[in-house]
Design a protein around this ligand. Structure first.
Ligand SMILES: [Zn+2]
Length: 209
């Protein structure tokens, strides 16, 4: 059986810049050796303008994107578009592990509140503790008394459940309603990959912990 390391591109000695780009593409998730070659040779054949736009987009991603000072979502404006939207229900905060989870939930149009991104989940086995995720920022937000419900939308796997339990223990004593999205999401699944119907049901079926 071929493993991922077997799939590393076998690079000819010449054509250094091509090899360099193949090597860099190969480091990206979901890009195997063949795809990396295809992308590199595609760019080589394409007008230089396309390469420039790609390079600019990659650099802009790193240079212009910061974390929202309110919800810790990735953003190019601070506060982010969701936090600064007065149409949203700012009394409800949905807690997610990753910024991509917000995209999945927004796609359902089933949630009108605001978010908080933890950038991870508590995982003692991986050495990730409460201080390693953006938890302090959340607790600061909860202090002003404006928030009446916290919706825990961490992943339906071991780390996500552990994090939800931990947050519940921390937040429930503050007199804030804590709910957990659950129904419809199979255990072990990641929010990012759930379909709209499943996610909408999970949101609507959220329960007090
Ligand atoms: Zn925000």
């Amino acid at each position: 059986m071929r493993t991922k390391s077997d799939m590393k591109p076998v690079l000819p000695p010449a054509a250094g810049p091509i090899n360099k780009l193949i090597e860099e593409f190969s480091k990206l998730p979901g890009i195997g050796a063949k795809s990396a070659q295809r992308l590199a040779y595609h760019l080589l054949r394409s007008p230089v303008e396309q390469s420039r736009l790609l390079a600019d987009a990659i650099l802009a991603l790193k240079q212009q994107i910061t974390l929202c000072s309110v919800c810790c979502n990735v953003t190019d404006a601070n506060p982010c578009a969701i936090c600064s939207n007065v149409q949203r229900d700012h009394t409800r905060v949905c807690i997610v592990e990753q910024p991509q989870d917000i995209l999945a939930l927004e796609h359902t149009h089933a949630y009108k509140g605001v978010y908080h991104v933890l950038h991870g989940a508590i995982s003692p086995t991986d050495g990730v503790g409460a201080n390693d995720i953006h938890l302090q920022e959340l607790l600061e937000r909860l202090k002003d008394g404006q928030i009446i419900e916290v919706v825990l939308a961490t992943n339906a796997n071991l780390e996500g459940e552990q994090t939800a339990m931990y947050l519940n223990r921390l937040i429930a004593p503050l007199g804030i309603r804590v709910t957990r999205i659950a129904r419809g999401l199979p255990f072990g699944s990641e929010l990012e990959y759930a379909d709209d119907v499943t996610l909408t049901r999970a949101l609507e079926g959220r329960q007090a912990l």
